[in-house]
Design a protein. Structure first.
Length: 430
């Protein structure tokens, strides 16, 4: 019996040849030989996925990429890192950089100011209204799916409140200023009656919250939903004083790095704020005012952002032409991505992440995805009896990589699929 194979098993595929001007080089081993996995600016701008279970080596390789990117940044560039454990700030923080979140002994956190981002970069009243509407929609972390009114009405009140406070900051309680702390102070002890006199849509607002003093149960519920959602979103460090604007940071780059630190202590209450901050960054970038510079974005553990990253998908599609340097997304599994985006949203996101570095993952959805990246081989069997007969089967298709190979991958070993090259095994150096 003879066996004929059409195609290549993943374990036999060599790494791609060296690039002329790589932005990033990751050393390792392929087919028993030392190799450099090289990625140029064009490849990185087309998006990269680093996926793997905990302690498989993906964060270590991402840190190597960040170090090399920083070494080549100019004052026209900016680097933003979702720093879930604070490790990247400990390794890479330097004077002039910004930490947003929990902070650390080497630098305090910059206080984010929701009002500054309402106005930053807005040149017309229409742009201001659109920005306020976007911010109000992101702040709400609880959606009432059974009675949408109790989501839509408080959001609309928040929009009007933000716009009114921008025009009449004297509405704030005594001693407060236009920042997140001041917004929370108004929600807790502000004069709603005076707000109704000064807002631009008093009749609409009275339909939601009454006259600000005597309210029926529905009006009480609207204000309760508003208070609960904003207080949850602006919990911990997000509800303090500050002047930081994400839009201003992206506009006035100066070659800086921002570490967006995730606070595990808030139990996910502020997830929508992280998503909002990334969206504000990308909205500012998509204006194209810094097309001669580069935006580098590393989002480790992207599922912590809380909502489907629609703005990120748009940026991956249109960003390379206006200065997108790199988007690197990290996840522990494809199941996490599907939980964040849904099936269709995950497929849209993956379409924009054209380089995939896939470490060991043990869930069925992830293994199936890796097999799809590796493709199939065609195995045909032949029966040959000299001088008597020769016959062959039509052949059957088999996965180019097996479950056993996927589950036995060591720490630092991954399957890499890059544009224009078949998937291959690569063992990264520590």
């Amino acid at each position: 019996m003879l066996m004929r194979i059409e195609g290549n098993f993943t374990r036999t595929v060599p790494a791609p040849s060296a690039k002329g001007n790589p932005l990033v080089q990751l050393s390792g081993e392929c087919l028993g030989c030392h190799e450099l996995l090289e990625m140029d600016e064009q490849q990185l701008a087309r998006g990269m996925l680093l996926a793997g279970a905990s302690r498989t080596g993906k964060s270590q390789q991402q840190a190597k990429m960040i170090r090399q990117v920083r070494q080549q940044m100019t004052r026209r560039d900016v680097l933003v890192i979702l720093d879930t454990k604070g490790d990247y700030a400990k390794k890479f923080f330097r004077l002039g950089d910004v930490i947003l979140g929990t902070g650390g002994p080497f630098a305090p956190t910059a206080g984010w100011n929701i009002f500054r981002d309402c106005t930053a970069g807005c040149k017309t009243k229409t742009e201001l209204s659109q920005r306020i509407g976007m911010i109000a929609s992101r702040v709400f972390c609880r959606e009432n799916l059974h009675v949408p009114f109790f989501t839509d009405a408080p959001r609309r009140v928040l929009e009007e409140l933000l716009e009114t406070l921008l025009r009449h900051s004297d509405l704030l309680p005594a001693g407060e200023v236009l920042d997140n702390h001041g917004l929370l102070a108004f929600l807790q002890r502000g004069d709603w009656g005076r707000f109704l006199l000064l807002c631009s849509a008093p009749q609409e607002m009275r339909g939601y919250i009454g006259d600000g003093k005597f309210m029926n149960p529905t009006e009480h519920s609207v204000l309760a939903e508003l208070l609960i959602n904003v207080t949850m979103a602006l919990c911990g460090v997000w509800g303090g004083h500050g002047t930081f604007s994400m839009v201003d940071f992206e506009t006035n780059r100066s070659g800086r790095t921002m570490f967006l630190q995730y606070d595990l202590r808030d139990g996910g209450a502020a997830d929508n704020v992280y998503q909002l901050l990334i969206d504000l960054l990308l909205i500012s970038f998509m204006n194209g005012h810094n097309a001669d510079g580069r935006l580098y974005l590393f989002l480790d553990e992207i599922h912590l952002l809380g909502k489907s990253p629609e703005m990120l998908c748009r940026t991956l599609n249109y960003g390379p032409g206006i200065g997108l340097g790199c988007v690197c997304v990290g996840s522990q599994s494809l199941a996490q991505l599907e939980g964040l985006c849904g099936k269709v949203g995950m497929e849209t996101l993956l379409a924009g992440l054209q380089t995939r570095v896939l470490f060991r993952m043990e869930d069925d959805l992830s293994r199936q995805f890796v097999k799809e990246q590796c493709g199939k081989i065609r195995a045909m069997q032949y029966q040959f009896v000299p001088g008597i007969s020769y016959s062959g089967s039509a052949g059957q298709f088999e996965d180019a990589v097996t479950d056993e190979e996927l589950l036995s991958m060591d720490v630092g070993q991954a399957i890499v699929k890059s544009p224009g090259h078949p998937a291959f095994f690569f063992r990264f150096d520590e």
